[in-house]
Design a protein around this ligand. Structure first.
Ligand SMILES: [Zn+2]
Length: 136
């Protein structure tokens, strides 16, 4: 993913990067369970489990399991969009050319609609300062 991000941002100079999840995601539902898949898949799902853990209170207040999973889809998209801002690739591009904009969206398979979850403009401070590189 990082090689694709670097090529798109540094060389193609894309103006927008979109992180897009989808409602009804089986991967997110799997992350909410306790099934062992294989170590590679477990590692992917663990990232989503971390988002669940950080938002446990909000999520467990949602009774319906499918609704809870859909909310986790949204929270995960936000987390992954913010995570892009922690990369030196994005931070360098923001410094050099004030781009790209980072978008977090969720696609609804049932209605074909995209929901915007987060929109991060270059230089916006959505991440903790500990992640900001000052020698870029
Ligand atoms: Zn999915």
């Amino acid at each position: 993913m990082l090689s694709v991000l670097e090529y798109a941002v540094m060389h193609l100079k894309v103006k927008h990067v979109i992180v897009c999840g989808h409602y009804g995601c089986g991967g997110v539902k799997a992350a909410m369970g306790n099934n062992d898949f294989n170590q590679i898949l477990n590692m992917w799902l663990r990232v989503i489990k971390d988002v669940y853990r950080h938002n446990r209170g909000e999520l467990e207040a949602i009774e319906d399991i499918d609704e809870r999973a859909d909310r986790l889809v949204e929270l995960n998209v936000r987390e992954q969009a913010e995570k892009l801002c922690k990369t030196s690739i994005i931070q360098r591009a923001w410094k050099d050319r004030q781009g790209p904009e980072i978008h977090g969206w969720v696609y609804g398979l049932k209605d074909g609609k995209l929901k915007e979850i987060i929109n991060i403009k270059p230089g916006e401070t959505v991440i903790d300062p500990i992640y900001v590189y000052d020698n870029i």
